[in-house]
Design a protein around this ligand. Sequence first.
Ligand SMILES: [Zn+2]
Length: 166
Amino acid sequence: MSGQAIRVGIGYDVHAFAAPEAQRPLMIGGVTIPHERGLVGHSDADALLHALVDALLGAAALGDIGTHFPSNDPRWRDAASIAFLTYTLDLLTEQGWRIGNVDATIVAERPRMTPHIPAIRARLAEALGLPLEAVSVKAKTTDGLGFTGRSEGIACYAIALIERDA
Ligand SMILES: [Zn+2]
């Protein structure tokens, strides 16, 4: 009996904005977004990549980003999170998984993320070796409500579908 195993995974991540004096770049989806404040984190605090990594790890039931890239590990200080995504892709590939598609939502009042969506999709598609049509990224605001509405931070949701021969 042969067939296809199909799994889905979900990811969520939040990072708070740093003070402008910290002069941190704002990284979302592996793209530098022009903004006066970046996000606080041990790595580059790329909430979209972190949510996506968790979605992929979750789909394969391989734990979460914290187990693979502990924040107390000096190797990951100010690390470019695209490296986490590449590592995760390699891990899945080793186990025979292929990514079907990914979808994500960025929740941010400021900066407006919509103009940056094409660059983010292209960056993720390149990193994952997927066609653009298999990589969806959407931007939302919360009508001023909550911590994202007050521009205290950015939240990201992601979902991934993976498949392999059973
Ligand atoms: Zn994170």
